[in-house]
Design a binder for this molecule. Structure first.
Ligand code: ZN
Length: 86
């Protein structure tokens, strides 16, 4: 059961072809929100279990989430309400 938010995010990055891989205490991936040739995206887990995303090129987290088709609640440890249909 991979219900932790980090797994949602990593799965979405994988799906987007961003090649997430572990690095140090977190993960690195190519940023889906800009033309990234090197992995500029740093992904980690915060103390409260939330997923931390940071693009070192300066993309806003909101923009990254939109490309990945994720929402803010997807980053947090709490039940995610599935959208109406789709
Ligand atoms: Zn970026």
């Amino acid at each position: 059961m991979n219900r932790a938010p980090i797994h949602r995010v990593l799965a979405a990055l994988e799906h987007a072809g961003c090649s997430p891989h572990s690095a140090g205490s977190g993960w690195r991936a190519r940023c889906p929100a800009h033309a990234d040739k090197t992995p500029s995206l740093s992904i980690g887990i915060g103390r409260d279990g939330r997923t931390l995303i940071r693009c070192w090129a300066g993309c806003e987290v909101q923009a990254i989430l939109e490309v990945l088709d994720l929402k803010w609640p997807d980053l947090f440890l709490r039940p995610v309400r599935r959208g109406r249909g789709a």
